[in-house]
Write a protein that binds this ligand. Structure first.
Ligand SMILES: Cc1cc2nc3c(=O)[nH]c(=O)nc-3n(C[C@H](O)[C@H](O)[C@H](O)COP(=O)(O)OP(=O)(O)OC[C@H]3O[C@@H](n4cnc5c(N)ncnc54)[C@H](O)[C@@H]3O)c2cc1C
Length: 259
């Protein structure tokens, strides 16, 4: 039913019930709402769109088809990943990369505590893996890391997988247990700012990918993802139909037409 699922499947206001720091820059929020006991997620790493009111006005929730009544006050909506889902407790976990107080979402994550509220719409399917693919490439910076980890945990046993996870440094690594035959590369920016390096592309260029039919998923800074896509299109033309390398955020220097 994935593709036919309406968007938003649910819209409402969730309450933060727990906050845990996974690493210095990655903070997990457990969000509770009655709707999360309903139909569950279908794929690992589905998208949940979170919303915050602006200018002290009440948050107006989207109607079916992401429509808002006329005159709806401005709000700040951003996409996040369902890291894990517990319908029996009507909760889901979302991991926020704390990129600084410049962004409304990130600033909220720096101070929100249990009892805080956030609007939500979703979840919705993010990526449908190809059951025929003989191997999988995953690539992400911190924003795509929750999805990368969720996907890797759900891959079939023994499935050949190469994963590239860009983080600021060793302190940002997270444990990963996957049934797949996984080669996980933590790619360090050595403290440099997100979106300011080409470390994912450098590491990808140095890799030998498996032969045969594969698939690739990635989530991270838009220009970095475009570079990975271009490299794979040129070096592995057979992968073209199975490439899903998505811009999850945009560095201020990244041109507007790059996704
Ligand atoms: C499908 C999808 C799933 C996502 N899942 C997650 C997730 O699980 N966890 C998560 O943390 N993010 C996730 N993101 C990324 C997140 O939506 C963006 O980082 C978003 O821009 C954050 O909003 P904001 O209000 O903090 O900043 P914005 O208002 O969007 O931007 C403000 C400023 O912050 C900068 N900025 C935005 N994001 C970053 C960043 N990551 N690093 C450095 N500077 C940044 C912008 O360039 C801008 O200058 C996801 C995005 C998509 C599309």
């Amino acid at each position: 039913m994935s593709r036919a699922r309406p968007f938003p499947l649910h819209a409402g206001v969730a309450e933060v019930t727990a906050v845990v720091d996974l690493t210095p820059a990655m903070r997990r929020f457990t969000l509770a709402a009655e709707a999360f006991s309903g139909p569950g997620i279908e794929q690992p790493g589905e998208i949940i769109t979170l919303g915050w009111p602006l200018n002290g006005e009440a948050l107006v929730l989207p109607e079916l088809g992401w429509r808002f009544p006329e005159g709806t006050p401005a709000a700040h909506w951003r996409n996040y990943t369902v890291r894990s889902f517990a319908p029996e407790r009507a909760t889901l976990d979302v991991d926020f990369f704390l990129h600084g107080p410049l962004g409304h979402a990130s600033a909220w994550a720096e101070t929100a505590r249990p009892g805080a509220t956030v609007g939500f719409a979703g979840p919705r399917v993010h990526w449908e893996p190809d059951p025929e693919a003989g191997w999988t490439l995953l690539a992400a910076d911190e924003t795509g890391l929750p999805a990368l980890l969720a996907i890797a945990e759900a891959l079939p046993a023994g499935h050949r997988t190469v994963a590239l996870a860009e983080v600021a440094g060793e302190q940002e690594r997270q444990p990963l247990v996957s049934p797949a035959d996984l080669e996980l590369h933590w790619v360090s920016r050595e403290g440099r700012a997100p979106g300011s390096t080409g470390v994912l592309l450098e590491r990808l260029r140095a890799l030998e990918l498996p032969d045969g039919r594969g698939q690739a998923w990635g989530g991270g800074e838009a220009l970095a993802m475009r570079d990975l896509r271009r490299h794979l299109q040129a070096s592995r033309p057979g992968l073209d139909g199975s490439l899903r390398l998505l811009g999850y955020w945009k560095h201020d220097r990244t041109p507007a037409d790059v996704y």
